[in-house]
Design a protein around this ligand. Structure first.
Ligand code: ZN
Length: 70
């Protein structure tokens, strides 16, 4: 299977690249980081139904931990 790396647009092949559709682990991590920060922005109102509550500071730290583990 062929595709393009979503990060650097390099052609990739599922049979050659372990990180398919990314060309390398580096690009996979970049995409993961982008996705995680986007998700954080989108999910913020959902995790905070009470608007009068101050923003939770524990959540971003938790996500950073998750990213480091991978
Ligand atoms: Zn790439």
């Amino acid at each position: 299977m062929r595709a393009r790396c979503p990060i650097c647009q390099k052609p990739t092949r599922s049979e050659q690249h372990a990180e398919f559709p990314f060309c390398s682990e580096r690009c996979r991590r970049i995409d993961l980081g982008r996705w995680a920060s986007e998700e954080y922005v989108i999910s913020e109102p959902l995790t905070e139904p009470n608007a009068s509550k101050p923003p939770t500071k524990t959540q971003p730290g938790k996500r950073n931990e998750d990213r480091r583990r991978r």
